[in-house]
Design a protein around this ligand. Sequence first.
Ligand code: BGC
Length: 911
Amino acid sequence: MQLFLCLLFLFGIIDSQIFAQVSVINLKCEHLENPIGIDEPHPRFTWQIESEKPGYAQTAYQLVVGTVQADVKAGNGNIWKSETLSGATIPVLYHGPELLPFTRYFWSVRIRDENGSWSDWSPAPFFETGMMSQTNWKGQWITDTHDYNLKPAPFFRKTFNTNKQIKSARAYIAVAGLYELFINGKRIGDHRLDPTYTRFDRRNLYVIYDVTENLHQGENAVGVLLGNGWYNHQSTAVWYFDKAPWRARPKFCMDLRVTYADGSVETIVTGPDWQTALSPVIFNSIYTAEHYDARLEQPGWDRPGFDAAEWRNAQATGAPSKNITAQVLHPIRNVTKIPAVEMIKQDERTWLFDFGRNMAGVTRIKVSGPEGTTLRLKHAERLGDDGRVDLSNIDLHYRPTDDSDPFQTDIFILSGNGEEEFMPRFNYKGFQYVEVTSDKPLELSRESLTAYFMHSDVPSVGNIHSSNTTLNKVWQAANASYLSNLFGYPTDCPQREKNGWTGDAHIAIETGLYNFDGITVYEKWLADHRDEQQPNGVLPAIIPTSGWGYHWANGPDWTSTIAIIPWNIYLFYGDTKILKENYDNIKRYVDYIDENYPSGITDWGLGDWVPVKSKTPKEFTSSAYYFVDATILAKTAKILGKNQDAEKYAKLANKIKSAVNYKYLNRETGMYGSGLQTELSVPLQWGLVPEELVGKVAKNLEQRVIADNSHIDVGLLGTKAILNALSENGYADLAYKVASQETYPSWGWWIVNGATTFYENWPLDAARDISMNHIMFGEINAWYYKALGGIFPDEAQPGFKNVILKPNFVPGLDHFEASHEGPYGTILSSWKKKRKNVEYRVSIPANATATIELPLLDLEKTTVLEGDTKIWDDNRFMRGVGGIYDVRKEDDRLVIKAGSGKYHFRVKNGG
Ligand code: BGC
């Protein structure tokens, strides 16, 4: 048999890869699967390798791109065939001839292993280009002619005939405001609140749909319903979105590009020939709610044959900005359907629905009742003592001018035609409870109302499970708050503000990236940063903004997003694009602070926001963040080969460090300021402490925390640092003690008191800053991955090309497991204690390596096995197994270098 196979192989009848057993999977372009609407001239490709072989790494690869899928799959790209490129680092950029607009390209990759044998060509997914250039738009921007204060949302429609056979069709739709698109009576796509919010007078997003299946020979009708979103903010609140410079009646532009079987192309475009009328959406506000009068429905408005005699013509208008770019990200969706856990009928006209968890999203009601019955659906996070919904924790910044626009309250007027349904199209809220009131008696059941958890539908890439159930719930609650605050830009809270608060977002960036594949959303949000940055480098505190936030709260402790977000994306994805795109912006920002605060000390900022009790001087934390920015800038300059800048900003970082230490550090005692938790942990976390004093400062922090009864005494900036500063400096056990507290003040305290999302304040009965769905204290979730799972990206080989694994087997926890789906595949770190011994399982994806650091109780007496093979005994390295190629001792740790594969370590401490 063997001889037979050898012969087949020799004659090329069986390909080498059958023996290599490797497959190329998870192929993505621009970090998305089969994206439609790419405007990027050099799209990025990524893939993963599946191989059982330990220590697997491709040595070279080759890419092909073409327009015929079968050919590409066979390795024949008519557009581009790359050289054989060495290495295994992703992403890889397209470097073939200029890409054409409106074109579907297929791509495939094959890889070569260390023995020189090539794999098969991978499957051939596609990416499809969009407009590629503004000049390719054919349609005109259109609107109805109403004043922007008019409340009802407009419908638009157009019909067209075609007698030819349709091969393919795409809708390209750019909107200032929000929209829903319909063709022949069917809603297109499942995105919600599209396009995502941008600074409308600087940049507008367009969305592309494959509508081939929706069109047919004969007459077709296209319908569009426009919503206000942040473009035409009619509700009034303290951030003046109603005064936004861009504010106008919503408008849109659409090219419907139809390719016929005979190869000809026809584009149906927007123009004044479109017809418009007002819709049953009688009011819509992204901030407050939506009102719908079902009596005004016009059945068939989006189908051919509808009588539009009463409709009038749309008006052509100018584009909202000169920059119309493709929306390339995971869209917002109704991601999770959540039934009510309880319904209490309060009287004939009042019902209370409890969804059992706090969330961002909407509800859908199903109801029958007499024509004109008016229902109000009031959404709240909490109940008052009277058992009724209470909005007082979230409506305080709202400034209504009359009672026609109640906060978080949808209004639904029934048509009386049997069972009717309503779910808002152009709004979302933060809530757990909904109080439904009706002006006429009705029958409602628990099933009458359903909630939908909405957010940017970013794939989940992280998982945590442990023997501590409160820890597991803290992790879940942090994720629920993170997602509740991701709507194409990160927000502070989904109810009171929905603002893109910068500070909250950079504190939560690692929690976001360990758990969710968020690169596309952050790339978009950093473009928002570039749109908002003033020529002098200043950024606003909230992004996007209508102008508010350039004069308050926008110091480096908040707006360092410009440096911290790109840097973390680089660490997690190994992708330099975001660093390149934002380099000049980071530089302008740092230069501004340097010019205005030449001493290196700045008090520009807000400080340690919402602290438990102690107040760290804001000058201290702002200067620390200024140092962080200068450091990131210097490192980025080095990565991008800008050596002069690298030197210049490294010097600046040093200057800031010296200035902070000169002013705040007592070198004798190793104490910063008055020795508060934030004062000691922030410099440890961000590398401000002189090398020789790290031990002393860390010891002081330990003492401070113990004196604080092993509980936190920090605010927003301190929460980012406190647990990491302890666990990274030899006090992981204490860090875990603090992190797992269930008494006030702690994260666990919220959970044991019923929280399902993170709060904005520590006491449950605080008087202000009391949203119940803030992500700003969310760093603890990332800390689980880092300190307990030990999973860190390696700055020298980012994107988890080399994974650092240095778990802490902390007392009080018997089992902990963290996994993260990095760019190269799944990383697993899982440990279980058995008395003094620990079983530790690890997975490293192909094309990646790991540096594993195992803490040993007693090096002399400890034995470490991998599988059944001793790799450490008698204080020495025994032998390499599988993909392990180096084991050495560093202090009280065993440092193991390993290639990809699955490992099962047993650390025997003589127990
Ligand atoms: C927001 C916070 C934000 C803060 C800054 C609050 O209103 O909800 O999360 O960071 O303002 O001032």
